[in-house]
Ligand binder design. Sequence first.
Ligand code: ZN
Length: 144
Amino acid sequence: MDSASEAKLREVAPELAARVRAMAATLAARGITIRVVSGLRSTAQQAVLYANRASNPRPVAVPGTSKHETGNAVDLSVAGGTWAQVGAAGEAQGLRWGGRFEHKDYPHFEVASGAVVSDAGSIFDFESDNEPFVVAGSLCCWSH
Ligand SMILES: [Zn+2]
């Protein structure tokens, strides 16, 4: 991965960084380049994103609820391939892909464990990667 991506990976959970590096290697063998465009965020940085969410083409989590704030999520860019290819590579590494979210967030990959906090502020724990996550009738609120 390029040096800017590596710098961001050094700030996130080692488990996540290792899986993203493995994704990059798998994809590079097929001529696809990924870069890390966002990794760890402070709650203040998340608050800025949230305040400007109306102009963001992608979903933005409420400050205090994003997995970026705990170093358990990255946003990627892709060149030479498709999001479907990148998503498959991430899922092969056991990561949860934002392309599966109800509100699609294709660049987003996160560690598939731990507590998830909904937009309403309720904390939900999940035990399996495949457990449906339904709140008020809709797949809820992955913290992007
Ligand atoms: Zn994200």
